[in-house]
Design a protein around this ligand. Structure first.
Ligand code: NAD
Length: 473
């Protein structure tokens, strides 16, 4: 059996308890994974505090990040990581390869952020009290960072925590998702064993959210929690750690608007693919499809055809585009929501059934805003199509949500696009593409229940550092 230990202060640590990790697609055993207690977390935090007393210079941190990017771009490691993601997350292998490519980019931009992080000169003599003095600011690390990550991007969302922490000069303790800890553990080994990151700067403590994650949140010497996951857990952490800096990247139920002057055919193809990428388990997975009544019939026909053409099956097969949800509980929950919608008057245009344990990609029409498939985050392969009569109504429907991460609009009219950017109340508005679009250097994050921060190496480094003013008298 493949035993996956914790990694604390450079040591592989076997714990008393462990959990058996199985592949979501076929249930095969993948590994026996350590389950860390509060004591393990404390050891990792104490080692991190020691690291802070002996800072790594900027040039060394930037070199470590560059090396990680270079190594991850090499085909042997890239393929190993993609296969691990495919196995533990049931993410189709080609989608997993894209995640690896994005991760290379995350490390490259973190290296750039590390090299260019700077302060400002303060115009102290602009007030009489400051005359004769020189002032400037530098940015200093916030301290020990606790990073808690979700199951759906086991490599790149871990990288979005570790890479800026290294760039900012912060030691970091990672608690990866219990469903997908293997890729994060591999990334930590890469940084520590191949890229020159000294042992005290990164620790991985696998385990449950309620025990290991909570111990990290509760630890007095952790200065900042950077969390990506569900709103329920995220806002709970915010409440439990009022004195810590807590950055939250949470859920969404992304809307896209199709105007009659938009490219309806391109929209149908893109939405079919993006709404079902990793079976809809992305925080910016397009979910609510708002289509103008003049093009509703043509659009829906093309959407259904594109969804029905998706290849469903084994995540390791080259052709597969959609595979299993992360576990049977998730599949049953999404199926229940689809049933609840049809009981309430929605129609299944395609999908809705379970074949070989996999929920088929589903398109619902005649939905209403009060159904859970519209109101909540589905996090499954379901697209809910609703029609509208005017642009104002489309904006109103799109904004009628407690979430606010990304929205999209298809239009060929510049003024409509401008109005969308102005009126759609989301962290990102994507014009002429799906709201699922993201580049890793963007400031990425949401409003309302979707979070309280912007992630992306340049912005995360600012979050992970604090301003110190220096005055020379
Ligand atoms: P989750 O909230 O169940 O778990 C996320 C992490 O939190 C896991 O590591 C888990 O073990 C840990 N955790 C759980 N309870 C905890 C507690 N009490 N204290 C500390 N840690 C705890 O989320 P998930 O199911 O893994 O991921 C899906 C969610 O993540 C969706 O809502 C999705 O939209 C969101 N997400 C958001 C983004 C973004 O960037 N905004 C990206 C990916 C996923």
């Amino acid at each position: 059996m493949n035993l996956q230990t914790a990694r604390i202060d450079g040591e592989d640590v076997a714990t008393d308890a462990s959990t058996t990790l199985r592949a979501p697609y076929d249930g095969r055993e993948l590994a026996e994974v350590a389950a860390c207690t509060a004591e393990h977390v404390d050891r990792a935090v104490q080692a991190s505090l020691a690291a802070l007393r002996d800072p790594l210079p900027t040039w060394r941190r930037a070199e470590i990040l560059d090396r990680a990017a270079e190594r991850l771009a090499e085909s042997d490691l890239a393929e190993e990581c993609a296969r691990t993601i495919a196995l533990e997350a049931a993410k189709p292998i080609n989608t997993a390869r894209t995640e690896v490519t994005r991760c290379v980019s995350t490390f490259r931009f973190a290296a750039a952020a590390c090299r260019t992080l700077t302060g400002e000169v303060l115009p102290l003599d602009a007030s009489a009290a400051g005359e004769g003095r020189l002032g400037l600011t530098i940015r200093v690390p916030v301290g020990v960072i606790g990073a808690i990550t979700p199951f759906n991007f086991p490599l790149n969302l871990v990288a979005h925590k570790l890479a800026p922490a290294i760039a900012a000069g912060c030691p970091v303790v990672l608690k990866p998702a219990q469903q997908t800890p293997l890729t994060g553990l591999r990334l930590a080994r890469l940084l520590l064993d191949e890229c020159g990151l000294p042992p005290a700067w990164l620790h991985v403590v696998p385990g449950s959210g309620s025990e290991t994650g909570a111990a990290l949140v509760d630890h007095d010497d952790v200065a900042m929690i950077t969390f990506t996951g569900s709103p329920e857990v995220g806002w709970g952490i915010r409440g439990a750690a009022p004195r810590k800096h807590v950055s939250l990247e949470l859920g969404n139920n992304a809307p896209v608007i199709i105007q009659p002057d938009g490219d309806v055919e391109a929209a149908a193809k893109k939405i079919a693919a993006a709404g079902n990428s990793h079976a809809g388990q992305s925080c910016i997975s397009v979910q609510r499809v708002l289509v103008h009544e003049d093009v509703e019939e043509a659009f829906t026909r093309q959407l259904v055809a594109a969804v029905e053409a998706l290849v469903v099956g084994d995540p390791l097969e080259e052709d597969t585009q959609v595979s299993a949800l992360i576990d049977a509980g998730a599949r049953d929950r999404v199926s229940d929501w689809v049933r609840e919608a049809t009981d309430g008057g929605a129609s299944v245009a395609t999908g809705g059934d379970v074949r070989d344990g996999i929920l088929s990609p589903t398109v619902l029409t005649d939905v209403r805003g009060d159904m859970r498939v519209c109101r909540e985050e589905v996090f499954g392969p379901v697209l809910a199509v609703q029609s509208y009569a005017s642009l104002e109504e489309a904006f109103e429907l799109a904004n009628d949500t407690r979430y606010g991460l990304h929205a999209g609009i298809y239009t060929s009219d510049l003024e409509t696009a401008r109005r969308a950017v102005q009126h759609l109340s989301f962290g990102g508005v994507i014009v002429n593409d799906v709201p699922t679009w993201r580049a890793d250097q963007m400031p990425y994050g949401g409003e309302r229940d979707s979070g309280n921060t912007r992630e992306g190496p340049f912005h995360s480094v600012l979050e992970m550092t604090t301003i110190r003013s220096a005055v020379f008298s």
